[in-house]
Design a protein around this ligand. Structure first.
Ligand code: MG
Length: 388
């Protein structure tokens, strides 16, 4: 029985993780979990699962929860998260938090010797240079949940790392893939949230439309698979059937295929090296798909993808700056404060204006993250004043 702590239980990945766990009650057990402010979804979850510990974002939610669920120990805030991942007796942390907030719990869980099933890509984007050496030192496994990295992980089973020639990450192009840059001028939040293939949370769906998500995935792959940036290629693939590929020294290419269903990578991260049955609806039928399309990723169409390579290569605090700026700009767009193309402007400007420092600790990353957010908040204020 694998005992799991699940962070971000009420989100898209969190709920699908619960579904996977409920399909295998003899293999998996969730012993602790966290949600943010979504207390009504938490109540639904607690009707289905019997867990020992729960962490919520706001302390003010605790008294009522303690009264209604007297057998559960409740925690709150960032301190609570840290306690949950370090004190709780468990085997693997499923980190399905969204954003920079996921970094510290991953770090603390590794420090205390727990394996990680990682959906929070920001952990590696921002902190890969600290996280990967720590995982090695603590002999901790990091299992990818991101579909592209799970695909690569599946393709390299049994391979010698030095025999890998390059990683080929597929990209759907997101909700605006058929639009030119001129047509992006006045797109709406609702249009941006309609992803052609995947059903995901709001933040990542916007990141897919800007391809910031793909840029982050390149950085994530660099850290997870210890691969130099020149050996990581992004290829546009319309159908999201091939989730990524690996080319070996002999030019053999392995791909992992499947219907776009996050429960497959979630389960593999928990079941590795085994594979269990999984009820996902219709399995892949290539005679129905018939054709798979591929084309080059255009750097001018997707400037944030090109910038991610540069930021990744320069390392230091720059990835934290890029991520912090993107989190602020992504949110401002979803709140209707800025236009879609302003997201790119905000991130590009932050990367060049906030600048780069060395990273020796999580504190250095927190500082860079804060500076980037402050920069973008000012940037947005200037935009709003310009509008008047
Ligand atoms: Mg992905």
């Amino acid at each position: 029985m694998k005992r799991i702590v699940l962070l971000g239980a009420s989100g898209s990945i969190g709920l699908q993780t619960i579904d996977v766990v409920e399909q295998h009650p003899d293999e998996f057990e969730i012993v602790g979990l966290s949600v943010g402010k979504n207390i009504s979804v938490l109540r639904e979850i607690l009707k289905r699962l019997s867990v020992y510990s729960v962490c919520v974002q706001n302390e003010s939610d605790l008294p009522q929860l303690k009264e209604d669920f007297p057998d559960i120990s409740f925690l709150s805030g960032e301190e609570g998260l840290e306690k949950l991942v370090t004190v709780e007796d468990y085997d693997v942390l499923v980190n399905a938090l969204v954003g920079f907030v996921g970094l510290n719990p991953t770090y603390k869980a590794i420090e205390t010797g727990h394996d990680i099933a990682l959906a929070n890509k920001e952990t590696l984007v921002v902190g890969g240079d600290l996280i990967m050496p720590l995982a090695k030192e603590k002999k901790v496994h990091i299992y990818p949940i991101d579909s592209e990295h799970s695909a690569i992980f599946q393709c390299i089973q049994g391979a010698y790392p030095k025999d890998i020639e390059r990683l080929i990450i597929t990209a759907s192009g997101g909700s605006f893939r058929s639009k030119s840059r001129e047509e992006l001028e006045n797109v709406t939040v609702e249009e941006a949230l309609a992803h052609p293939n995947w059903s995901m949370g709001a933040k990542i769906t916007i990141d897919s439309a800007t391809m910031m998500n793909k840029g982050f995935e390149v950085m994530e792959a660099h850290h997870l698979f210890n691969m130099p940036y020149e050996k990581i290629q992004v290829v546009m693939h319309d159908e999201s059937i091939i989730h990524s590929m690996v080319e070996f020294k002999d030019h053999a290419v392995l791909a992992q295929l499947g219907t776009p269903d996050m429960r497959i990578p979630i389960q593999y991260a928990l079941s590795w090296p085994r594979r269990y049955e999984l009820n996902t609806g219709e399995p892949l039928d290539l005679t129905k798909v018939q054709t798979l399309h591929f084309h080059e990723a255009d750097e001018e169409r997707y400037p944030l993808l090109a910038l991610a390579y540069e930021v990744g290569r320069r390392q230091g605090t720059l990835p934290a700056v890029m991520n912090g700026a993107n989190e602020e700009a992504n949110l401002a767009f979803r709140e209707g404060k800025i236009k879609f193309l302003d997201i790119e402007d905000a991130v590009i400007n932050a990367v060049y204006q906030v600048g780069r420092d060395e990273v020796n600790s999580i504190e250095d990353l927190k500082k860079a993250d804060q500076e980037a957010r402050k920069y973008v908040q000012e940037f947005i204020k200037d935009l709003e004043e310009g509008k008047e």
